[in-house]
Write a protein that binds this ligand. Structure first.
Ligand code: ADP
Ligand code: ADP
Ligand code: ZN
Length: 212
């Protein structure tokens, strides 16, 4: 597939970011991820929308969804600029799914299936490179030197929302809002279900098989 439009679905901690990096390397597509885009704009003033909070960061630190108006705009701009892409972290509810359908066409929809306790273990042990965004895990995928990125030497940090309490809240929000999105694509007959509890290499093999 050249310049594919790939959607990767899965709960927080399912391995979407990890596998998206491999898709980027293999297919040369753009990684469009609302989580990273919002983290870079945590302090953005959205008070004109007159909603519960005045910045994206307040929603994120509570584990809640950032309002659709904000997220849809980010995705629209990013997809306009991308040739092929892997979309990660969006859509997360029905209205985002309808919006996505109105602005682009998808070639593949992947779903990484992982059970809840494994998600919590993954999220609470996650470490991210502040320089290049590479993701590690203190037990499952440790860097050679603790706190230092293997790929670029950057410092690793723990995300503010990767505490056990906020991780469980995010999984709850996922079950309520995003699980129906998975069902929507399953009912449409386009969902490729992948056992996300395998090793990262095994998951990647299944993804490649599905796309090639
Ligand atoms: P994870 O990779 O663990 O699923 P993300 O980095 O995708 O987490 O998202 C972090 C936070 O950013 C979410 O908890 C939510 O507050 C916000 N966010 C990300 N994507 C969306 C979206 N599509 N709609 C609303 N909020 C979002
Ligand atoms: P998501 O983007 O879906 O929130 P990440 O790709 O950031 O998930 O992965 C969450 C955590 O789990 C990270 O610490 C990552 O290193 C680890 N991880 C990713 N895939 C696997 C896997 N197949 N087995 C074990 N740990 C994994
Ligand atoms: Zn790095």
């Amino acid at each position: 597939m050249s310049n594919p439009h790939v959607l990767i679905l899965g709960a927080p901690g399912a391995g979407k970011g990890t596998q998206s990096r491999r898709l980027v390397e293999h297919f040369g597509v753009e990684h469009v991820t609302t989580g990273d885009a919002l983290r870079a704009n945590k302090q953005m003033d959205i008070s004109h929308l007159d909603l519960a909070y005045d910045t994206p960061g307040e929603y994120m630190d509570a584990g809640e969804l950032v309002p659709d108006e904000v997220v849809n705009e980010i995705v629209k701009t990013a997809l306009e600029d991308a040739d092929g892409y892997v979309l990660d972290g969006y859509p997360r509810n029905e209205s985002q799914t309808e919006y996505l359908d109105s602005i682009t066409d998808l070639d593949a929809v992947l779903y990484l299936d992982v059970e809840e306790e494994e998600l919590v273990r993954r999220l609470t042990g996650r470490r991210v490179c502040e320089n290049c965004g590479a993701t590690y895990h203190v037990d499952f995928n440790p860097p050679e030197e603790p706190g230092v990125c293997d790929e670029c030497g950057g410092d690793l940090y723990q995300r503010e929302d990767d505490t056990e309490e906020t991780a469980r809240e995010r999984i709850q929000v996922y079950e309520e809002n995003t699980a129906p999105v998975v069902e929507y694509f399953r009912d449409a007959g386009v969902l490729v279900e992948i056992d996300g509890e395998q090793t990262p290499d095994e998951v990647w093999e299944d993804i490649r098989d599905a796309l090639e």
